[in-house]
Ligand binder design. Structure first.
Ligand code: 6GU
Length: 241
């Protein structure tokens, strides 16, 4: 899977890309990440990519010309045409099903905005898939782009190392429950003990205990994730008179 990122802060991605899980996947040729500095397409001797908004108002707007020309240049590289994503709080909200959809694409081009946003004509001309990572405001799309890359690459075969763990993750399709507690050595720390059932080696009992923990945690914290069937199962039925 190939990722292209268009940003005025390519350096923000460098330490993230240097981490070991990613480096291994990049070295093994399973993924590649290509960083592109928007300023190279400014067409301006001061490398300016933003300007004041028509009609007035606070902040600056990213100009249409650098973005459209950069995207055209990036699209012409490589073999697969990219799926173009624009990171914006106005986009559709990222979720594990959306990540699963994006991870099927051979190539993503992520457009990171800053300031007050992009000139509307960027959206009119490129018709990008506008994505938000949640209902809060970031200073720019870079952190959101890293979230998308990070979530997608763990679905690329061979990147995680342990293929099973991405299927048992909370929110992956076929598992809409939160994960229960996990423990490792020591068995006791400052009076806090590991639940007895996990030490016994009865795998059927362990699986049942984990399923119950998972359901309890989800009911307490995120009942919005439960299906009507799961709620009905856990709701005591009153006897009909
Ligand atoms: Cl994608 N961008 C910005 N600037 N803020 C956000 C966001 C994206 N998603 C949530 N907040």
């Amino acid at each position: 899977m190939r990722f292209d990122v268009l940003t005025i802060f390519p350096a923000m991605f460098e330490s993230y890309l240097g981490q070991s899980l990613l480096k291994k996947a990049i070295d093994a040729g399973k993924i590649s990440v290509h960083l592109h500095d928007l300023r190279e397409w400014s067409g301006d001797k001061h490398n300016k990519v933003d300007d004041r908004p028509f009609g007035g108002g606070p902040g600056m707007v990213i100009r249409v010309q650098p973005v459209v020309e950069a995207v055209e240049a990036i699209q012409s590289q490589g073999d697969a045409p990219p799926h173009v994503i624009l990171l914006t709080p106005q986009g559709r909200k990222l979720s594990q099903p959306v990540v699963e959809e994006l991870a099927t694409k051979p190539r993503l081009l992520l457009l990171c905005g800053r300031y007050e946003g992009f000139d509307q004509r960027v959206i009119d001309i490129l018709a990008p898939d506008e994505i938000s990572i949640g209902d809060y405001v970031l200073n720019g799309g870079e952190v959101a782009a890293m979230a998308i890359i990070d979530a997608c690459i763990r679905l690329v075969p061979g990147v995680l190392g342990d293929e099973e763990s991405s299927h048992t993750d909370s929110f992956s399709s076929g598992n809409r429950l939160l994960e229960g507690a996990q423990y490792t050595r020591p068995r006791e720390y400052r009076g806090h003990e590991v639940p007895e059932v996990l030490l016994g080696g009865n795998h059927q009992q362990i699986a049942l205990w984990r399923a119950a923990e998972s359901l309890q945690k989800t009911t307490e914290r995120r009942s919005d994730l439960l299906t009507p069937e799961e709620i009905a199962k856990r709701t005591p039925q009153r006897k009909r008179s």
